[in-house]
Design a protein around this ligand. Structure first.
Ligand code: SF4
Ligand code: SF4
Length: 71
């Protein structure tokens, strides 16, 4: 399982430095057929839901606008 970041992300960079697995990075993401933008994304292969590091997923905890959700 992993978490994902919604397209409403404002790139505040609060989450990426906190991830114990360096799973969060800026990526170009399609938000419609014609538009895309660079926002932070979670690599599902690297995300372990913070198991062994934190009680709760730390990216969810620190996100100020609650755009990190369970994938
Ligand atoms: S849940 Fe934890 S391991 Fe997964 S992306 Fe968020 S901070 Fe990283
Ligand atoms: S903390 Fe939330 S708004 Fe900020 S970069 Fe991460 S996902 Fe985006």
């Amino acid at each position: 399982m992993a978490y994902q970041i919604l397209a409403d992300c404002i790139n505040c960079d609060m989450c990426a430095p906190e991830c114990p697995n360096a799973a969060i990075s800026l990526q170009q993401v399609a938000i419609s057929n014609e538009r895309s933008k660079r926002i932070f994304q979670i690599d599902a292969q690297l995300c372990t839901e913070c198991e062994g590091y934190y009680q709760q997923p730390t990216c969810v905890e620190v996100c100020p606008i609650d755009v990190v959700i369970k994938a």
